[in-house]
Design a protein around this ligand. Structure first.
Ligand code: ADP
Length: 260
């Protein structure tokens, strides 16, 4: 078998759709509550999330909205397995994460790409090395990832800045590196917390187009945002949080083929 065929340009990020073992719901929350132990949250409310139930379909594109403090970041942290629920059940990729063995979690985490609001790029590493690091940590041979890293940096328009240090890039460029790093491991689920918060509207629209392209290749996308205009324009389903409760799960309000 030719291993390289899995890494050809046209195949980057593509997901198989015919795997019968792969459940249709990628993420399922059942009555999930989260209370921070050190909670100094509002006096009359100490649950950051209050009995949230939701189901994200494989291949879907979702927005998560709600006022500041509503619990968006908390919900995302549960989804990318940085937190465990205080109550309720979370199933990711068909695995109940509360009941999973601790050593099962790293392989689940590798199926999730995260774009953090503050980028979290490593300042002493070049753009290329920021993307290559996860492979190096896992002792992968450079031949296994160089093409993917370069292809991805070209795709986000940073092919000429691979050797630059993050601090020499603009906010929008750093944001694109953060997105490239989140997807270089070909995650099944991409989670982005305010990915357009630090860029101008034009760059924001461009970043959303990158997410849409990834989604077309089969990656499930969840984006937390305050950008109402972007959400309204997209027509993608919206999860809305208020005071830790899920108050809305809307269906797309435009035909799927005109949604982005
Ligand atoms: P959002 O992302 O919608 O702004 P968060 O999920 O960050 O909301 O916060 C939800 C609630 O949980 C807020 O009341 C916040 O103060 C509280 N909270 C968030 N992180 C922590 C933490 N590490 N410790 C204690 N309380 C927290």
């Amino acid at each position: 078998m030719n291993d390289k065929s899995a890494h050809t340009r046209s195949n980057f990020g593509k997901r198989g759709t015919d795997n019968a073992d792969f459940p249709k719901a990628l993420v399922q929350f059942e009555n999930v509550s989260l209370k921070y132990n050190n909670s100094i949250a509002e006096k009359n409310r100490n649950l950051a999330l209050d009995r949230v139930s939701l189901r994200l379909e494989r291949g879907g594109f979702y927005f998560l909205t709600g006022p500041s403090g509503a619990g968006k970041s908390t919900l995302l942290k549960l989804m990318y397995l940085a937190l465990r629920p205080s109550q309720g059940d979370i199933e990711m990729f068909g695995v109940n994460v509360g009941k999973a063995d601790r050593d099962e979690l790293p392989s689940l985490r590798r199926r999730i790409g995260v774009v953090f609001q503050d980028f979290r790029l490593l300042p002493h590493l070049s753009v290329f090395d920021n993307l290559a690091l996860p492979f190096r940590v896992r002792d992968k041979a450079p031949a296994d990832y160089i093409d993917d890293v370069e292809e991805l940096l070209n795709w986000v328009g940073l092919g000429k800045r691979m050797d630059a240090l993050p601090e020499t890039l603009s906010g929008g460029e750093q944001q694109r590196v953060a997105i490239a790093r989140a997807v270089v491991g070909k995650p099944d689920l991409l989670i982005a917390d305010e990915p357009t918060g630090n860029v101008d509207p034009q760059m924001g629209a461009r970043l959303i187009r990158l997410f849409v392209e990834l989604n077309k290749l089969g990656t499930t996308i969840v984006i937390a945002t305050h950008d109402h205009e972007m959400v309204a324009r997209s027509g993608a389903p919206v999860l809305r949080l208020e005071h830790g409760k899920l108050t809305q799960i809307s269906a797309p309000h435009r035909a799927a083929n005109s949604r982005h």
